[in-house]
Design a protein around this ligand. Structure first.
Ligand code: HEC
Length: 110
């Protein structure tokens, strides 16, 4: 019984760490792959729209946001006609995309 309690506690501690590592990953990925166009703190640049206060990022479903990240958005699909560039499709794993979506949501809420 004591042993079971111990492993439950270890499991909980592990899950806690895994959660915070994933959130940190989203930020690190953002800084290495997205910041150059979307700006520090999601403030936007002439090469990419801002995420801070962005309705799509704030209210869009995770699936819709993940879709833009994975497939990109270029040509006729573009929403921001004032930005010449399109959103380049990103080669990322599912976990990386979820971590990024969570981080974008935190920027969108700013
Ligand atoms: C080369 C510049 C560039 C890079 C790098 C880039 N983006 Fe984008 N992104 C854009 C542009 C430009 C758009 C706007 C496309 C349009 O007109 O709809 C965009 C749009 C988006 C949108 C939709 C925003 C909205 O309001 O509709 C999301 C979400 C997004 N990018 C996420 C990311 C993430 C996450 C990364 C990093 C993994 C990233 N982008 C990297 C240029 C970039």
């Amino acid at each position: 019984m004591k042993k079971m309690l111990m492993s439950t506690m270890l499991f909980a501690a592990f899950m806690g760490t895994a959660g915070s590592v994933m959130a940190a990953d989203g930020e690190a990925l953002y800084k290495s792959k997205c910041l150059m166009c979307h700006g520090a703190d999601g403030k936007g640049t002439p090469m990419g729209p801002a995420f801070a206060g962005n309705e799509f990022v704030k209210s869009g479903t995770e699936a819709a946001i993940a879709d833009v990240i994975v497939k990109g958005r270029e040509g006729d699909a573009k929403v921001y006609k004032n930005i010449a560039l399109g959103m380049p499709a990103q080669k990322l794993g599912d976990e990386e995309v979820s971590a990024l979506v969570a981080y974008l949501k935190s920027l969108g809420a700013k």
